[in-house]
Design a protein around this ligand. Structure first.
Ligand code: MRU
Length: 349
């Protein structure tokens, strides 16, 4: 199939009507390899192993996963079909617990099925919904970038954590969208990229996609942020997000919280960029957001090399919660939310 090489970075995912093609992000930046996904179960495994990752990307992938699941359901009554599809949706949604976009996409696909209300053309309706979710993701990210760019100035140094770029979405990204739009408009922004232990999404994905696009990119270790801020190199911090609670507390890749504390110390604006689908009003505050814990091997090994004593105890939470009071603004496709977030978020969702 023809793959889109948008802005030189290969597409995160493509749907060809038969299967979902995923760019295997565990092999970047060394290799550009795609895997073909034909079943919802195979997609679940790809999400868990992080071949596809990033909140919006796993949401869009799950929408297509629901189409693949629906095609395997043999029930002929509408009610039984819905029950079976719901089970597949729960299986997909449980792949990773923190990014609410995953459950959001599954829920939207279920709503589309319920609203269709009958068996004929149901599969076509579901495919249409998944394609719509995909298209909306790209449009939303561009809008987020436009709004974010309005908060930045030519020559700014911007620190980002993890990967909230086009590889974490279908195009542009959320936190990185402003970099791509700035480039289109001849505005120069400098990207400072945290390597992002333990899985190095900053080094292997963010630095990769920004450099592919020719954006001024400097990679740093996670523990260098305070020094760079003290040196005056950072004018703003811009991160993505996996779930925003009703009070503005935001879950993102572990390390984001400490970055927010340091930014506050230096009076540097800390922006969170996320689509509205990342906002979860069912969580009143960040303590209600489930935090994924991953294998300790992500800490003790780098590739095949063991870097810690055999048998050492580990603790590997994949995300942390940045409290609302450390966030300057939350940038969504429907507008920018400013504190107090409990009020401003309500006007956006
Ligand atoms: O564990 P990952 O790589 O899926 O974590 C990704 C992040 O933390 C991103 O910042 C977040 O999903 C937002 S992506 C636009």
């Amino acid at each position: 199939m023809a793959r889109r090489y948008g802005m030189k970075t290969p597409s995160t995912l493509e749907w060809d009507g038969r299967c979902l093609e995923l760019l295997d992000q565990t092999r970047l930046p060394a290799e550009t390899a795609y895997i073909d996904i034909y079943t919802a179960q195979a997609l679940r495994e790809a999400i868990m192993s992080m071949q596809v990752r990033g909140a919006p990307a796993i949401g869009v992938a799950a929408a297509y996963g629901m189409v693949l699941a629906a095609r395997t359901i043999t029930e002929t009554s509408f009610k039984a079909f819905l029950r079976a599809l719901n089970k597949e949706g729960e299986m997909l949604a449980s792949a990773r617990p923190t990014a609410v976009n995953l459950a959001w996409a599954v829920g939207r696909m279920m709503d589309a099925a319920r609203m269709h209300g009958r068996m004929p053309q149901l599969l076509e309706r579901l495919e249409h919904e998944a394609v719509t979710i995909h298209k909306e993701d790209t449009q939303n990210n561009r809008r987020i970038g436009e709004l974010a760019l309005g908060l930045l100035k030519d020559g700014y140094g911007i620190l980002t954590h993890c990967n909230a770029g086009m590889l974490a979405t279908t195009q542009y990204g959320t936190a990185l969208s402003a970099f791509y739009l700035a480039q289109e408009r001849g505005i120069s922004l400098k990207a400072y990229v945290d390597e992002t232990r333990p899985r190095f999404q900053g080094a292997s994905l963010t630095a990769y996609e920004l450099m592919q696009a020719g954006i001024d990119t400097t990679l740093i270790c996670d523990n260098m942020a305070a020094l760079l801020m003290k040196q005056g190199k950072i004018n703003a911090v811009m991160t993505g997000c996996d779930r925003v609670a009703a009070n503005g507390d935001a879950a993102n890749k572990v390390g984001t919280f400490s970055l927010s504390i340091v930014a506050k110390h230096f009076g540097i604006p800390f922006y969170v960029a996320a689509p509205v689908s990342t906002i979860d009003l069912a969580c009143s505050n960040g303590s209600q957001i489930p935090i994924e814990e991953r294998s300790g091997e992500e800490i003790t090994r780098i590739g095949k090399t063991c870097i810690a004593p055999e048998g050492v105890k580990t603790y590997n939470p994949a995300f942390d919660i940045t409290p609302a009071e450390n966030i300057t603004a939350i940038i969504t496709e429907r507008g920018i939310a400013w504190p107090p977030f409990r009020e401003s978020i309500k006007t956006i969702v």
